[in-house]
Design a protein around this ligand. Structure first.
Ligand code: SF4
Ligand code: SF4
Length: 942
């Protein structure tokens, strides 16, 4: 309601709306909702289903407690309804709960207000709400969801049957001057591609068409996902319907459009049309901007200090922006930005005493013979649409020592976790099996749930009946059910032999190592130094700055890359950062919180004398951030590069533009060829994400010099703030855009240098002719590729996995984009996947935030799953020590002449590599002991 003060010392008044239900008492039993006589459209289901006046917004809502909509409620006076109050056993409903005004004193404010959806009724040509079978992509999303009113069944509204022909229409509202939405909504192409695959899975015979302007599949794994959709037979039509009509009798939808690949006017009749509506600024943004005293941009999103260089900073110090508050973004980019904004906000709180809330938990007595609880998850319809939950219930209840079986729509929902906790207490369980999805993402969720009630989380096992059964055997429900039973049986057998384990507690160092001195690494180092951490930054080149410093200018600010880098480097040197150039990592030992890093002069170990000061040869750090960037594709021999003098890479053009080279003065016409070394059938399959925006920026700079520009492209994939305006500007300036080989039509430009000079030729089916463009230069927009030597070397040293594209693999593509599977090691920038400058800077800040939150703790809790040696049987042969990649095992002389292997539990990563090489079976892995695995196998084979 009100914000006063300045960075580091804001006074904020926040109004909290009354919920009328005490969230700490509400058990989410739903008794109140059952008796409520009011029926209203459910906002979460976009009006496709109803709710009561007292309700939970959706299945997995947090908190799961109910909420009363006062405006819908009959109240208890003057019509004495109040049925919910009578029905509530917990007595947690209070109609007199007042609204509250909280006064907060905070150091920083983060704005993450998200977006709203464009109302497609404004695009009246598409008949939304006038025609029954026209829905929005958000409505489709709800319809396809297992927890939706149709339980995931996609039915037309007129026939109540699955549609046989479906059309998806992209860019409804987006990229639209008429609607004053001058930007790409960034998420809708991938969302539609995902929906085509979901529909294809459920309705293999449905004909699915996607009408698009450009398919913007620019993120990690997006291009491959797009190809899956194409391979699944989804038809992609380049063209946007100009009009939709309805067959009044059959309610079929008729689309009229121009096929842009051949210029023909065509019509399609479908059973359902889905409109991909634009994302628009949150309606509250204007009012909030006034309260906060920060600016909005012309589109109504919050304005960054500089979208390229300071993408997370608002126009007022101490107020930070993230996610869709500045422009539409997908989940991955939003998460990276939210971490980055947290890092910035942390700067204003470094002196504040942050008290961690500690709750004493009494450990449950879990001794005695096994009492197993088996909890089955439907995962919406993900599991239950294929696997018979009833059969599993019945089967699991007959397994040895199982005392209770229950099943939940979403076992990971807060209310369902509470039920698991209650069941553990009520049935005195000392072993728990959850049969649900992948342990990779959900095991920690259930372990934490159990730990909260004092249940040792290592007496728990997860049976993956979704990924391993209902997903892979979707077309064989009976077999999937049999396999699920076997997996549950194995889990129940294993859990009987599990032992309680206690985590390891270790101290943490507050130093951080940032590897890479480009814009990403520099940003990470600055943020960490601002938070008071001691930072070392190593760069194997002799200078800092990376590629960004060579850019002629950076969009959308149009400032030279050199200027930007110089500013950042100055900022870096003003902080407490030890910068080491011409230096690289030789080896890393240790573990999260306590890494020991050996450094050498770059150029190959032993290539030069190691003249580093002694104190810098080995660094002790708590965390490592990898920001080693990527390389540009070498187009040797492609499109005449290296053969014809007039063929350059986009980076070479950037140099020419930055230096205003004489070469440019003689040019009258230039062709730019996109996707060189990107989006290949095999090899570099990914979209390099940066190059469309970069090419358009370069085209404008060339046009400003009076040079004609023709861009041969495979769909223009621009998405950053201001990029759509830049694209429009390029077209206004006369830049010619010619699509090639979109959807493999076999139209590929050829660069020819013959008597008539350098020119680009291509068959162009739309015009039924061959295009010939005489040029003075051809620019190849080269893709980004992993820095192979460094990625391989560091992956080997740090045991960080690489993805199929050979970029470093993040922990989770959506929810952990800057984390790795190695605790304490983070990723940022183009070594994870190609990024533009703004995104790289956000990722640098995000990685800094993750490292800072890790190192802000006094101690580190490590997994107790390590190997263990039974010295009775150990002969001290050292075979286990030889194979251990983490140097966690050493052979020691236990008594004179008696050698045994000893495990350093802090170093052991629990990989289990040592176990099978032991000739005497003396080494075993806790939590995966031989007897536990044998019990599983016996259950399967018995
Ligand atoms: S008072 Fe009546 S109408 Fe209002 S929430 Fe309770 S039962 Fe529903
Ligand atoms: S030019 Fe680059 S950004 Fe554009 S589509 Fe090709 S690879 Fe993607």
């Amino acid at each position: 309601m009100k914000v006063e003060g300045k960075a580091g010392d804001f006074f904020v008044e926040v109004q909290t709306h009354a919920r009328y239900v005490n969230i700490s008492q509400c058990t989410a039993c739903g008794d109140c909702s059952k008796v409520c006589p009011i029926v209203k459209p459910n906002e979460f289901d976009l009006g496709l289903a109803s709710r009561k006046a007292i309700f939970t917004p959706y299945n997995q809502a947090v908190p799961s407690a109910y909420v009363r909509a006062k405006e819908d409620c009959l109240g208890d006076v003057p019509i004495a309804c109040g049925k919910c109050i009578d029905a509530c056993k917990s007595k947690c409903i209070d109609f007199d709960e007042p609204e509250q005004m909280l006064s907060l004193n905070v150091g920083a404010i983060v704005v993450s207000t998200g977006v709203e959806y464009y109302d497609p009724r404004e695009a009246s040509e598409y008949g939304y709400t006038r025609f029954e079978n026209v829905v929005t992509s958000f409505e489709l999303e709800r319809l396809l969801d297992a927890s939706s009113p149709t339980h995931g069944e996609l039915l037309t509204f007129s026939t109540k049957k699955p549609p046989e022909r479906i059309a998806m229409i992209q860019c409804v509202g987006s990229r639209n001057m008429k609607a004053d939405i001058n930007y790409c909504s960034r998420i809708c192409c991938m969302n539609s591609i995902k929906d085509t695959l979901v529909i294809r899975e459920h309705y293999p015979d449905a004909e699915i068409m996607v009408f698009y302007i450009d398919i913007r599949a620019f993120g990690k794994g997006f291009e491959e996902f797009y190809r899956r959709s194409l391979a699944a037979g989804v038809i992609y039509i380049k063209g946007k319907p100009s009009k939709i009509t309805e067959n009044k009798k059959t309610k079929e939808i008729i689309l009229s459009y121009e096929d842009q690949l051949n210029g023909e006017i065509k019509h399609e009749v479908v059973d359902m049309a889905v409109l991909s509506s634009a994302m628009i600024p949150n309606q509250s943004a204007r009012a909030l901007s006034m309260i906060l005293g920060i600016e909005l941009d012309r589109d109504g999103f919050f304005k960054e200090k500089d979208p390229c260089v300071d993408p997370l900073e608002s126009t007022k110090e101490g107020i930070y922006l993230c996610g869709c508050s500045t422009t539409p973004k997908d989940i991955t980019d939003s998460i990276a930005e939210s971490c980055g904004a947290a890092a910035k906000a942390g700067v204003h709180m470094s002196d504040a005493a942050v008290e961690e809330k500690k709750t004493e938990i009494t450990e449950l007595d879990l001794s005695g013979s096994p009492r197993i609880g088996v909890f089955l998850c439907h995962c919406g319809l993900n599991i239950s649409a294929v696997v018979s939950i009833n059969e599993l219930r019945e089967y699991a209840s007959r397994l040895p020592d199982v005392v209770i079986v229950d099943d939940y729509l979403f076992a990971c929902a807060e209310s369902m976790q509470k039920k698991i906790q209650d069941a553990v207490i009520e049935h005195k369980l000392n072993r728990v099996v959850v049969a649900a999805c992948t342990p990779k993402t959900h095991e920690p969720v259930f372990q934490e749930t159990l730990a909260k009630i004092g249940f040792n989380p290592y007496l728990f096992d997860m049976a993956n009946i979704r990924n391993q059964c209902s997903w892979v055997h979707q077309k064989e429900p009976a077999a999937a059910t049999v396999k699920s039973k076997e997996i549950i049986k194995m889990s129940a057998a294993r859990v009987r032999h599990l032992l309680p384990l206690a985590p390891k507690i270790l101290s943490v160092r507050r130093e951080v190592l940032v590897v890479g001195g480009g814009i990403t690494g520099i940003q990470a180092a600055i943020d960490l130094a601002n938070r008071g951490f001691k930072v070392f930054l190593v760069e194997k080149q002799q200078g800092l700055g990376g590629r960004a410093g060579n850019l002629a200018n950076v969009y959308p600010s149009n400032r030279p890359g050199k200027e930007l880098m110089e500013k950042k480097i100055r900022e870096l040197y003003n902080k407490a950062v030890t910068v080491l150039t011409g230096v690289e990592i030789k080896d890393v030992r240790g573990y999260v919180g306590n890494f020991e890093v050996e450094l050498v002069r770059s150029g190959g170990i032993g290539a030069q004398d190691n003249d580093l000061a002694d104190e810098l040869r080995t660094l002790g750090v708590g965390s490592i951030i990898l920001a080693i960037g990527a390389e540009l594709f070498d187009p040797m021999k492609k499109f005449g590069f290296g053969e014809y003098p007039g063929v350059f890479t986009s980076m070479q053009l950037e140099d020419m533009l930055a230096q205003d080279s004489d070469k440019l003065k003689n040019m009258k016409s230039v062709a730019i060829i996109q996707c060189v070394g990107s989006r290949e059938e095999k090899g570099n399959t990914w979209c390099s994400r940066y190059c469309c925006q970069s090419a358009i920026k370069q085209a404008i700079l060339l046009r400003n010099k009076g040079i004609d520009v023709t861009i041969f492209h495979r769909g223009i994939r621009i998405y950053s703030k201001g990029a759509e305006v830049m694209y429009r500007r390029a077209r206004e300036l006369g830049v010619l855009f010619i699509p090639y080989s979109e959807l493999a039509r076999g139209e590929v430009p050829e660069v020819i240098n013959q008597d008539q000079g350098l020119h680009v030729e291509m068959d162009y089916k739309a015009l039924n002719s061959r295009i010939i463009v005489p040029v003075d230069a051809v620019i190849l927009s080269v893709g980004m590729v992993p820095n192979a030597r460094e990625t391989d070397r560091l992956s080997d040293i740090l045991k960080i996995p690489k993805g199929p594209d050979s970029f470093f693999l993040e922990r989770h593509s959506k929810f952990g984009p800057v984390e790795t599977t190695v605790e304490g090691v983070f990723l940022a920038g183009c070594c994870q996947f190609p990024q533009d400058i703004g995104d790289s800077i956000s990722q640098g800040s995000a990685a800094a935030s993750k490292a800072a939150s890790l190192l802000s703790r006094d101690v580190m809790v490590l997994s107790p799953i390590t190997s263990v040696v039974d010295e009775q049987y150990c002969r001290g042969c050292g075979k286990c020590a030889e194979v251990c990649d983490f140097h966690a095992i050493s052979v020691v002389e236990k008594e004179i002449g008696i050698f045994v292997a000893r495990v350093n539990e802090a170093l052991c990563k629990g990989c289990g590599t040592c176990v099978p090489v032991c000739p005497t079976g003396a080494i075993d892995l806790k939590h995966f002991l031989d007897k536990q695995i044998k019990a599983q196998l016996a259950a399967l084979l018995g």
